[in-house]
Ligand binder design. Structure first.
Ligand code: PMT
Length: 431
């Protein structure tokens, strides 16, 4: 979905960059419109770099070319195009001046003109000096806007740039992003879920400086954490070593080895309503770990033992109603191998990714997957990992609806796990 961020001229304009980032973290496409006074506080270039889109700074063409009638025409109707493009308009910060313009229908700059032209939900995040905020004129303007359906994201109280202490500080960027999501109707469909999620790779030490590891960056798992959190879930993220910043409001548990990941998962299993294992866990660890750095003395043979299968153990410890979703990184026969893994591990679903393609899978920003359950295989084509995370969660949420299973299996009552597994085995034999 697409959001236009309007930036008007107050000291909080620098925080608009954080608002843009918070919206992007929710997989929203963002463009920015700035008033002339906003440009006194922050450069349009900042927003162009963050969004990858031209920033609109004026109602009029910037480089007037008398011979270029077409480009003039294009520019003068740009506010209509922008108004139609946006699924929501959020003004952050909204000064007393822009609120007054909106309330009175003035349209002498791009932002106020776009406000009149858009049919999309409009949100304002006021930021100003306390006296200006409390002034009857500002409050009357806000009242007018509220009556017309504009959502006002109330400012916080605290020390202001002008030295006063009181209401007038712009709401936190995360709060603004949440208000935009609500306005867009992106529901909190995972409210009440507690997700135990694993991400990243694990490392098995050979000696104090070397380890056996894998190419997982954590990007896929962190994207799921962020998506689930923004859909209202509580997220416990158990992560192997990763260079990524943890998403806001997610509880991060850092681990290094497969054994530490296992202990962390088992310790928190009872809290979870949903377990998702996106981590790439070591399948083997060295029997012996050298105390000192090993010297290069010729060929080396390592003795390895299998690690515990955390996913299978999680399934054995499953509590009623708990959904368990695994991931499978495959380089060939993805769906076939994934289906065998689904049965062997006894999970509710498995997300199969083809890691043989260098541009997707490990450490890439995009991924493609097949979401496989006992009854269906849903192709999720290549897309950014953050978007794929939402698509995967859409399918996970759908698993909570038993009707879908009834229809697919042609059953008259909810089939047992054994019936479902038998149905899948039949399908494998037929294939
Ligand atoms: O982190 P990125 O760079 O974004 O890359 C994402 C990813 C490719 C790592 C991710 O999308 C992915 O596919 N993760 C699973 C990789 C994997 O280990 O697959 P597997 O087929 O080896 O394991 C199957 C499942 O068993 C996985 O859910 C895994 O977490 C789990 N497992 C595996 C071994 C083990 N000892 N314990 C486990 O729980």
């Amino acid at each position: 979905m697409k959001v236009t961020v309007g930036v008007s001229g107050g000291i909080a304009a620098y925080k608009a960059a954080e608002v843009v980032r918070a919206l992007q973290r929710q997989a929203l496409e963002v463009r920015v419109v700035m008033t002339a006074s906003a440009q006194q506080f922050i450069q349009p270039l900042t927003f162009a770099a963050l969004t990858g889109h031209k920033v609109i700074t004026s109602l009029w063409p910037q480089h007037h070319d008398r011979n270029s009638y077409d480009s003039d025409m294009e520019s003068s109707i740009e506010h209509i195009a922008e108004a139609q493009w946006a699924d929501a308009l959020v003004v952050a910060p909204a000064t007393a001046n822009i609120l007054a313009k909106f309330a009175h229908g003035l349209s002498d700059d791009f932002l106020s003109t776009m406000y009149l032209a858009t049919a999309a939900p409009v949100l304002v995040a006021p930021a100003m000096n306390t006296n200006m905020w409390e002034h009857p004129a500002t409050q009357a303007n806000l009242e007018t806007l509220r009556r017309r359906g504009v959502r006002v994201i109330e400012p916080a109280s605290g020390p202001l740039a002008c030295g006063m202490v009181g209401p007038g500080r712009m709401a936190e960027p995360e709060l603004i992003a949440t208000a935009v999501l609500n306005a867009l109707g992106r529901s909190h469909d995972m409210a009440g879920e507690t997700i135990l999620l694993t991400a990243g790779g694990t490392r098995e030490a050979l000696d104090p400086v070397r380890f056996l590891g894998n190419r997982s960056s954590g990007k896929m798992g962190y994207a799921i954490a962020e998506a689930a959190q923004s859909r209202g879930a509580k997220v416990i993220l158990i992560s192997g070593p990763s260079a990524l910043y943890p998403p806001p409001h997610v509880e991060l548990v850092r681990v290094t080895t497969a054994d530490e990941m296992r202990n962390a998962v088992l310790a928190r299993m009872a809290e979870a309503t949903l377990v998702i294992k996106a981590a790439a866990v070591a399948d083997y660890r060295p029997v012996n770990v050298a105390d000192q750095k090993m010297k290069r003395t010729g060929p080396l043979t390592l003795e390895l033992v299998p690690t515990e299968d955390i996913l299978a153990e999680a399934v054995r410890n499953r509590r009623p109603g708990q959904l368990i979703v695994g991931f499978a990184a495959e380089t060939e026969n993805g769906v076939e191998n994934g289906r065998a893994k689904l049965l062997r591990k006894g999970v509710d679903a498995i997300v199969i990714n083809d890691v043989s393609k260098p541009e997707i899978g490990f450490d890439s920003d995009a991924n493609a997957a097949t979401f496989l359950t006992l009854t269906k295989a849903i192709d999720l084509p290549e897309m950014p990992k953050r978007k794929l995370a939402d698509r995967i969660l859409d399918e996970v949420v759908a698993l909570r609806r038993p009707q879908s299973l009834l229809v697919e299996l042609g059953a008259t009552q909810v089939p047992s796990r054994e019936e479902k597994q038998a149905a899948v085995r039949r399908q494998i034999i037929i294939e």
